[in-house]
Design a protein around this ligand. Sequence first.
Ligand code: SF4
Length: 421
Amino acid sequence: MPQYYIWTIGCQMNKAESERLASYLEQSGYQATARAEEADFIVVNSCVVRQSAENRVINKLNALKPLKRLHPDLTLAVTGCLVNSDIDRLKKSFPQVDYFFKPGDHPPWITTQKAETELVLLQHPSPSTFVPIIQGCDNFCSFCIVPYRRGREKSRPLEEIIGEVKELVHCGVKEVTLLGQNVDSYGHDLPDKPDLADLLNELNAIDGLTRIRFLTNHPKDMSPRLIEAVAYLDKVCEQISLPVQSGNNDILKAMRRGYTVEQYRQLITEIRSKIPGVALSTDVIVGFPSETQRQFQETVNLLSELRFDTVHIAAYSPRRGTIASRKFEDNIPPDVKRRRLNEIEQLQENIASEINAHLLGKTVEVLVEGREKGKWQGRTRSDKLMFFSDDNDCLGQLMKIKIEKTSPWSLQGRVESSNTN
Ligand code: SF4
């Protein structure tokens, strides 16, 4: 049987797309292998959101060169955000690659399969699975390459998503995470203009599905209707990701984010008042061009004030073609960026440690997703990672776990009762 190998880097969108590509390839008769050397078909699913990610992709493609030379019949395809409109240039830079295709596009070897099957079913779905609902982004934040590489927003029809989730549930999936660069824009380009709240309502009614999550939200687009839906739909988890990026209004303006710190703070207040116990995560960029120490301190102050469960921190890195790379000089020295990044990491470690310590002794519901180093691992409704021991096969079970130990990054507990499904 021919074998395939997929190498993925980047966001959950890429991971979801790789799962779908795996499914297509398996439907075409390929079998997965964990070793590139054994593969007949290799897909590199790339990310160029930061220079470090792009470097890793280039290194990977260079590392695959000798393999392709040794096995000229091997097919090497590249997708993800490395793939821009200038395919000819990419072909010149990476002659070892047979196909380049844009994220979400389907090259000929996949379209043939798609014509035969309406739904893309994963061969071995995890109990918790990603479902892309909208591709692309119309926002053009000044630092971001995504709209140039993934194109304008394109929502999947409501019925198609509902059908796919029903099939996934039929295959054993218990939890879906709806994905989009900006999930709050879902549906505006569809004929009946459904929104994300409509979609959540429909999915909440699917028998056998136990949990629904979604990411990523945009603070300027998140509607009161969506907050209500999270508050009232029992399967929608109390967890929202809402990137703030900076705590200073001038930086937010230069980033073209479309909201102020005051509006963001107000939104968080509203979410917390409507959804008790909600877990919040955010994203922050430090070292944006000309960010002063005072402006950085405002970000630190905002994070200290709002106390997120999770903060994803990145140091600014200019991406060629973006508005920021054209308009602003990357003038914050690397050591200053690193120091600012470390400071926020340390702050967040303390905050997460305190938030999680409050959970000690509580019993929470965990969906078991797998096993690592002899322990079962899963997530709470608020997306906390939990580890526990049990001799039974717990995969895919909803368990009640009493929390016995906490850290900033995860929880440990013991089983109170199994299978709350
Ligand atoms: S909302 Fe902004 S940061 Fe997010 S994908 Fe769109 S352009 Fe990029």
